[in-house]
Design a protein around this ligand. Structure first.
Ligand code: DGL
Length: 284
């Protein structure tokens, strides 16, 4: 494996940029290639078979571009489709569920862990299973918060509307019921402030994307796959600079707009591609 290849990241859309940001901050010497499946988002309301199919197509697209490993930034795809993805590609695949679960078990002061995520992630109980596999005595409360995705993309993350929605969803989640709360969806770190205010100070918030970035860093080091170029070029990195390539399956200009909202900057290199229905990958 060529250690100087980029790291592939895919998400159902724009939310995975929170994971890209976490990776970029911890791994300034790495290059990234990101695919947002904006034509088929959301995944959080779809069935297992559909999410598996989309996730495998996304993974194969990135593998064909040449990547040294794949990060599945989408919690829903990580929860439902990791085995299918691992069967489909020949690179190391890291999802966000297990790193998030490990961080939650490590950081909860009382073994009571809340998980907020999409409907599909909650129904899969992937976080519950991953947490139980580490600590069988941990208690897990799962809650779907689907409206958070739209609020984040709309730029309404710190508004009274977001606060009202958070109060509704999180009424059962506070320091009396929980020690830690996993932000189990790509978009939820954008609403971190409102979520923290509503659940209260006593609850530790776990960002699965951050936990994943920390584990990816360790993996690259241990497997001798870290980028070998530590020249000034790579040390002067900025989010979304021209060393990172972004692909979407539809609506590139909306992706750029929301990216700017999430990261403060839009991708320098952003291309719309068709990744299914063709034997050969076509770009347009
Ligand atoms: N990226 C998805 C996740 O983290 C949220 C958006 C969607 O439903 O596709 O679960």
């Amino acid at each position: 494996m060529d250690r100087n290849l980029p790291i592939g990241i895919f998400d159902s859309g724009v939310g995975g940029l929170t994971v890209y940001k976490a990776l970029h901050e911890r791994l300034p010497n790495e290059r990234f290639v990101y695919l947002g499946d904006t034509a088929r988002v959301p995944y959080g309301t779809k069935s297992l078979a559909t999410v598996e199919r989309y996730a495998v197509e996304n993974s194969k697209f990135l593998e064909a571009l040449g990547i040294k490993m794949l990060v599945v930034a989408c919690n829903t795809a990580s929860a439902l489709a990791l085995p299918a993805i691992r069967r489909a590609v020949n690179v190391e695949v890291v999802g966000v569920i297990e790193p998030g679960a490990r961080a939650a078990v490590r950081e909860t002061p009382n073994k009571r862990i809340g998980v907020i995520a999409t409907e599909a992630t909650v129904q899969s109980h992937a976080y519950r299973q991953a947490i139980s596999a580490i600590d069988r005595s941990a208690e897990v409360i799962e809650q779907a918060c689907p409206l958070f995705v739209s609020l984040a993309e709309e730029g309404w993350s710190d508004t009274p509307v977001a606060r009202d929605v958070a109060v509704q969803y999180l009424s059962n989640l506070n320091a009396e019921t929980l020690g830690a709360l996993v932000l189990g969806c790509t978009h939820y770190p954008i609403l971190r402030k409102v979520i923290a205010d509503v659940v209260g100070e006593g609850v530790v918030l776990i960002d699965s994307g951050q936990a994943t970035a920390a584990e990816v860093k360790t993996f690259l080091k241990q497997s001798d796959l870290a980028h070998s170029d530590t020249s000034a070029l790579y040390q002067e990195r900025h989010l979304c600079d021209d060393l990172d390539h972004f692909y979407v399956t539809d609506a590139a200009s909306r992706f750029a707009k929301v990216a700017e909202r999430f990261l403060g900057v839009a991708p320098t290199i952003l291309e719309a591609v068709e990744i299914w229905g063709n034997d050969e990958l076509r770009s347009h």
